[in-house]
Design a protein around this ligand. Sequence first.
Ligand code: MF3
Ligand code: CO
Ligand code: CO
Length: 277
Amino acid sequence: MTTKGKPVKDKHRGKTTRDGIRIHEAADFAGMHKAGELAARILDEVADHVFVGQTTGELDSLIENKVNAAGATSATIGYKGYQHASCISVNHVVCHGIPSDKKLKDGDILNIDVTVVVDGWFGDTSRMYVAGKLSRKAERLIQVTHDSLFKGIEAVKPGNTFGDIGNAIQTYVEAQRMSVVRDFCGHGLGRVFHSPPNVLHYGRAGTGPVLEEGMFFTIEPMVNLGRPETKVLADDWTAVTRDKSLSAQFEHSIGVTSDGCELFTLSPAGRFHPTWR
Ligand code: MF3
Ligand code: CO
Ligand code: CO
């Protein structure tokens, strides 16, 4: 669209592939690093507040305050009617758990997912936490889920396909006799929260769009100890495993470079994996 003589300002103009995937410029990586680092730092800081008896609502308030203190905006407050600065998914909750006044119990595992907007760029990351004593089976689930994300990340380079990412994750997870959730996926992001492509955490090598330098997206595998099926509760958000088995998730925001990728949401304190405790 143009008005006579002068181009309309459009922050979304520029190159997109035939699949609708935006190709960002070199200068755009800096904006993503700034947004991603804030989201990751908030997740670092919240770790000290996860303990038995704590409520997920209190954790969410802490997160909202940290987003505001940084002069950033929460991407999730007001998103499709969602009212919180984080999703907190406990035990058999797969994703989109709504913070509440329910207290954490000994041995609970939880994913905290935060998305912030800094100077118009979106930073989206999540990781696992534990209240009290971690059981052996939960520890194994968390380890496999974490490592599956990095199997996916290893497949990110120009010339590979999105199917290569999904295949790397699925192959690894299923070899550990766990299952990959099909009902939710990663997504393109940048100056928007969710954009093409759908980043599936399963699939066949060599299928799907080809990765190109300048693509920004998340990889956020959800892994279940039991079957992969999920259902969404009556609140229209909370997704749980149908068989009530434990579920875990890790998420990074990633940019494709000329020879691989950069992680925008690296933990400044090295606290991405819960074994830092
Ligand atoms: N951060 C989530 C993601 O990884 C999206 C949460 S949307 C919300 O894509 F509304 F549930 F917060
Ligand atoms: Co995401
Ligand atoms: Co997220």
